[in-house]
Design a binder for this molecule. Structure first.
Ligand code: 6PG
Length: 256
């Protein structure tokens, strides 16, 4: 199965055969983005996501094949969102990254800017915002070099869900979000922070996401109903890495 690339006004869509090919491609994008940022800024500020899709990527970056390709002491790791659970919890996005990657690379503890999911949601969000402002400078608008995002079947990204008031936040950098179903709290970066990034990399796989993806990547207005469709970078570029199954309903888009 071949790989195809579709250029769009605000970025690029790469359709890859499967999760393995997608994860290898994401690993090479991570490596080159880290090198570019470290050459120009002496650091690489990256925010990662949770969920199942990026796990293979994290394993690759922590593997013998990749771990020496990244200058980890110059990497500053943040999260796009976190579940309000202790860091040892199975559901913790920190734990997902720790088990697959952080426990395998020479990333200094002081460079790991974790969302403290074990704290009360408001405090966790406030502390995380302070941490981001401290790192980027109080007066600066935080501009991540790279933010890696996933997308849910409902079109959510990070922990920004369809119809949620969190989508209207314009001042705070990180906010608590309460999910009615399954009655859980999360902390998420807000849209202005995501849209200020230099680069966004979406990783999306599986047939269950094809319908929403065709709306978001299509040219219709419906995309605005999906948080992932509200990612519009002010000055950066977006790359969508999607597998064949998730691309199943892109139809005409793929024939260009
Ligand atoms: C999280 C994520 C979330 C995730 C999507 C897709 O904490 O769960 O940040 O936004 O990216 O839900 O999840 P999957 O990769 O498991 O489909």
């Amino acid at each position: 199965m071949e790989t195809s690339v579709i250029e769009k006004s605000n970025g690029k869509i790469e359709v890859l055969p499967d999760l393995e090919a997608l994860s290898l491609r994401a690993a090479s994008i991570f490596v080159s983005a880290s090198r570019d940022s470290i050459v120009t800024k002496k650091r690489f500020a990256v925010a990662i996501s949770g969920g199942s899709t990026p796990r293979r990527l994290y394993m690759l970056l922590g593997s013998e094949a990749y771990r020496h390709r990244v200058d980890w002491p110059r990497v500053h790791l943040f999260w796009a969102d976190e579940r309000c659970v202790p860091k040892e919890d199975e559901e913790s996005n920190f734990r997902t990254a720790f088990d697959a990657l952080l426990s395998k690379v020479a990333l200094p503890d002081k460079n790991i800017h974790r969302i403290k999911g074990e704290e009360a949601p408001d405090k966790a969000a406030g502390d995380y915002e302070e941490e981001i402002r401290r790192f980027f400078g109080e007066s600066e608008r935080p501009r991540f070099d790279l933010i890696m995002l996933g997308m849910g079947e409902d079109g959510h990204t990070a922990s920004l869900f369809p119809g949620s008031k969190s989508l209207e936040e314009t001042v705070r950098l990180a906010i608590p979000v309460y999910l009615e179903e399954p009655k859980k709290n999360r902390i998420t970066l807000t849209l202005p922070v995501l849209n200020d990034a230099d680069q966004i990399l979406f990783l999306v796989t599986g047939p269950s996401k094809a319908a929403v993806l065709s709306e978001i990547l299509g040219d219709g207005e419906k995309k605005k109903g999906f948080p992932a469709g509200l990612i519009r970078l002010a000055h950066g570029n977006i790359t969508w890495l999607i597998d064949h199954e998730a691309a199943g309903k892109l139809g005409g888009l793929r024939s260009h």
